[in-house]
Design a protein around this ligand. Structure first.
Ligand code: GLN
Length: 482
């Protein structure tokens, strides 16, 4: 049951091979038996089963849509009415949203079941899931290793087959890097494709929600439900949403795949390089042509991001002051003391580090030197992509510089941790869609291949990923014991 695709599950429900209540109970049981993974922050079985019973009614009156009755895991960054939304932080440990995020509303309308809210780095800041207030998530491939982050709970849940599919968010790589570490398929859509309304903000000009699934075929179905213009999100783009499943089978003959020379240099781990090269060879067999391209400013993406993302975060997180939402310190002298104690006690170390860096970069004396400069670099990085796409249809390369690392390995060195996103961050800075698909295994750990597309060309990315998954089986491999 837990290896069935979304399409197979939908067919099983339609043919009454099993009910949504049975299916939901099945995954709730798997979550319970694999509690040690710590993939979920909140599970409310009664509510999930109630939703499933309603879905069964819809299905019996033939009112089903592709996701009706299918249980899904939602990253705990999406506000869900009536259920805790913590964003991995003590600050929101007691927060129950009075409304649904647009993404959650869309899933509810589609009749899917919320299995639970997945664990994540606090406020989505991290690459290892070690910054969560709710404890680390174990990588199902090796429980001594991180699942990646910040959407590590979603990635681990899908890899361990605790949910058929999940949502994630990606500000600098948080869908793609954990997808790579856990051997699943993750897609960060173009900026503006998926509504950010009700998605707790980290860095608003970079944040984007997207699917975390086992295959590109499943990702197309999840993305279909998530996408669309939302007047409640002022950066949502009013552009037509294509049928993402329609072009999956398109031929790749003549497709031009750009290889950034900057990604394939002597710094690239030889094992990752060889897996990436093997994947590219498969694409050649499918008729694609490989062309060299250059992203000359890509080495500036990490420093640029670590000025802009903390700057936006410091502004976004100012709303957590003890007066409006969530945590408030128990004892205080006056209003200022209440703010200070609440924030000192409610935020974790990494979040505080980002707030301090961001406030510094935005301060009057340093704004020009840091924030303004980083904005200019951001433009250069995005122009690099525009030029590169004159020569190719998609760009391919590694997702992450290595495989899942051990707990604690990068914890004392923030820069080493930040470098995990060296291949993913530029995609967020440019607002492009990016994807990670399983492409091999090194020392029993999965390795992802990154595909980057043109603005709003998720269709092509899904097509390119799907054709590869038809001729390889990396995406069907599961960690031992799952
Ligand atoms: N790892 C990056 C960071 O810590 C990206 C996080 C994300 O994409 N949410 O900021």
């Amino acid at each position: 049951m837990h290896n069935k695709s979304l399409r197979e599950l939908a067919l099983g429900l339609k043919n009454s091979d099993f009910s949504s209540v049975e299916l939901t109970q099945y995954f709730l049981d798997r979550i319970e038996t694999n509690k040690d993974i710590n993939a979920f922050i909140t599970v409310d079985s009664d509510s999930s089963l109630r939703q499933a019973a309603q879905a069964d009614e819809m299905l019996s009156s033939n009112n089903g849509q592709p996701l009706t009755g299918i249980p899904l895991a939602q990253k705990d960054i999406f506000c869900t009415e009536g259920m805790r939304t913590s964003c991995g932080s003590k600050m929101l440990d007691n927060f129950i949203s009075p409304y649904d995020a647009t993404v959650i509303r869309k899933f509810r309308q589609a009749g899917s079941i919320t299995l639970g809210k997945t664990n994540m780095d606090e406020f989505a800041m991290g690459s290892s899931n070690e910054t969560s207030f709710y404890g680390r998530v174990l990588n199902p491939w090796d429980k001594e290793r991180v699942p990646g982050g910040s959407s590590g709970g979603s990635a681990a849940a899908v890899a361990a087959r605790l949910a058929p599919a999940a949502t994630g968010t990606d500000t600098g790589g948080s869908i793609r890097q954990p997808a790579s570490f856990c051997g699943i398929t993750g897609l960060k859509p173009s900026y503006g494709r998926v509504s950010r309304y009700g998605m707790i903000a980290f860095a608003s000009s970079l944040d984007q929600g997207g699917p975390m699934t086992r295959s590109a075929e499943d990702a197309a179905i999840i993305l279909q439900t998530m996408s669309g213009f939302d007047p409640r999100d002022s950066t949502s783009i009013d552009i037509e949403v294509p049928d993402f499943s329609a072009g999956l089978e398109n031929e790749l003959k003549g497709l031009k795949i750009g290889l950034p020379v900057e990604f394939f240099n002597e710094d690239l781990d030889p094992a990752i390089a060889s897996i990436t090269t093997d994947a590219l060879r498969e694409y050649e067999k499918l008729g694609a042509k490989l062309v060299d391209i250059s992203l000359p400013n890509s080495h500036l993406s990490v420093p640029c991001y670590y000025v802009l993302a903390p700057a936006e975060a410091s502004s976004n997180l100012s709303r957590f002051d003890g007066a409006r939402y969530g945590y408030r310190t128990a004892e205080y002298d006056d209003l200022l003391d209440m703010y200070k104690k609440t924030r000192a006690e409610g935020f974790g170390e990494e979040v505080k580090r980002r707030i301090i860096i961001g406030a510094y970069a935005l301060s009057a004396g340093y704004y020009d030197a840091y924030y303004l400069k980083a904005q200019k670099i951001r433009r250069l990085i995005s122009d690099d992509f525009t030029r590169a796409f004159e020569k190719c249809d998609v760009i391919a390369g590694p997702t992450a510089p290595g495989t899942a690392f051990r707990f604690g390995e990068n914890s004392d060195d923030p820069v080493a941790m930040y470098l995990n996103d060296i291949y993913t961050i530029s995609v967020n800075l440019a607002g492009l869609p990016g994807m990670s698909i399983p492409a091999g295994i090194n020392n029993k750990l999965p390795v992802g291949l990154q595909l980057i597309g043109q603005y709003f060309d998720e269709e092509k990315l899904l097509n390119v990923a799907h054709r590869y998954q038809q001729v390889t089986d990396w995406h069907t491999q599961s960690p031992e014991g799952f």
